[in-house]
Design a protein around this ligand. Structure first.
Ligand code: KIV
Length: 283
C-alpha cells in the first residue's frame, strides 16, 4: 500500500474514516505495524521509558530519537512516520527547533514532527518549523514534558475552566500552522468539542471516541510494558507473558541439555566426512 499523505488524512476525516496511529521504536515492531495496516506511526519520546528504561521522557536526546526513528523508517517504508521532538530540543529558540525538526526529516526519514504544548511560545515554534517546510503535529492536554507544571501524569481539562483552556490551545496550535493535533488524557466531552471545532485532523490518546483517530503506545496495548498502565489503555494481547514463558522454556531446556539435540536444529556432516575429519584430528 502507498504511504498516506496529509491529503489522504484530510479525505479520511471528510469521509468519517478513523485514522489508526500507534507508536513504534524499532525496526521489527514497525515492520509488523505496517503489515497490520496502521495509517501512522509515532516514534514517541516514550522511547525513554519503553525501550531505554528511564523513569521519564526527560533524558531522551535527539540522537536517541534519530537512531530509533531511522530504524522505524527501515521497518515501515510505506507508513507515515511522526518523529517526536524530545525535551529541550525545541524550547530554546526557533532556530534550534527548526534545526532539530530538520534532522528528523533529513537523517531519519520522518514525514512530520510532533511537539508538546499550546502556549504562545510553542505557537511561535510551530509557525517557524512549518514555515521551514516541515509538517508539524501539535500535542496538548496531558503533555509529559510539562509534567511538573501540570501536576504529574494525570488527566487534564476536568473542570470547565481547564477544559476551555485546552480548547483555546487547540485553536492556537491550529492557527500556528499545525497540520494535525494529538490530544492526550482529557475527558471525552473535551475531545469531542475540540474535534467538532477543528479544521485539521484531531488524534486522541485517552481522549474518548470522537477524535478523528486513535493512538496507543504499542508496548502498553500488547502487554509488554507493565511498570505503569494508564486508565485509557486497552490490552489487545499479553505478549510480555508469551515472551517470559518462551524464555523460561529455553532456560529449562538448555539447563537440562534438551536443546539443541534434534536433527531439526543441528547441522549434519556425511558419515564419510565425519570419518575423514576424525582421522585428521587424530593425525
Ligand atoms: O512519546 C509518546 O509516545 C507520546 C504519546 C504518549 C502521546 O508523545
Amino acid at each position: 500500500m502507498a504511504k498516506k499523505t496529509i491529503n489522504d488524512f484530510a479525505q479520511m476525516v471528510e469521509k468519517g474514516e478513523k485514522i489508526v496511529y500507534l507508536t513504534a521504536y524499532d525496526y521489527l515492531t514497525a515492520k509488523m505495524e505496517e503489515k497490520a495496516g496502521v495509517d501512522m506511526i509515532l516514534v514517541g519520546d516514550s522511547l525513554g521509558m519503553v525501550s531505554l528504561g528511564y523513569d521519564t521522557t526527560f533524558p531522551v536526546t535527539m540522537d536517541d530519537m534519530i537512531r530509533h526513528c531511522s530504524a522505524v523508517r527501515r521497518g515501515a517504508p510505506n507508513t507515515f512516520i511522526v518523529g517526536d521532538m524530545p525535551y529541550m530540543s525545541y524550547q530554546t529558540s526557533n532556530e534550534q527547533a527548526i534545526a532539530n525538526a530538520g534532522r528528523f526529516i533529513k537523517e531519519a526519514g520522518a514525514d512530520c514532527i510532533k511537539l508538546e504544548g499550546g502556549g504562545p511560545m510553542i505557537a511561535e515554534r510551530i509557525k517557524a518549523i512549518q514555515q521551514a517546510g516541515i509538517l508539524v503535529m501539535g500535542h496538548i492536554g496531558l503533555t509529559p514534558q510539562l509534567m511538573g507544571q501540570i501536576g504529574g501524569y494525570r488527566a487534564q481539562g476536568r473542570s470547565s475552566a481547564a477544559a476551555m483552556k485546552i480548547v483555546n490551545e487547540a485553536k492556537a496550535v491550529e492557527a500556528a500552522g499545525a497540520f494535525s493535533i494529538l490530544v492526550e488524557g482529557i475527558p471525552t466531552a473535551v475531545g469531542k468539542a475540540i474535534t467538532e471545532r477543528a479544521g485539521i485532523p484531531i488524534l486522541g490518546i485517552g481522549a474518548g471516541s470522537y477524535t478523528h483517530g486513535q493512538l496507543l503506545i504499542y508496548a502498553d496495548m500488547v502487554g509488554m510494558y507493565d511498570n505503569f498502565t494508564p486508565k485509557f489503555v486497552k490490552k489487545y494481547a499479553n505478549v510480555g507473558e508469551v515472551l517470559i514463558n518462551a524464555f523460561k522454556e529455553y532456560t529449562e531446556e538448555v539447563r537440562q541439555g534438551q536443546f539443541p539435540i534434534d536433527d531439526e536444529h543441528t547441522y549434519k556432516m556425511s558419515d564419510a566426512e565425519v570419518k575423514e575429519f576424525l582421522a585428521a584430528l587424530n593425525k
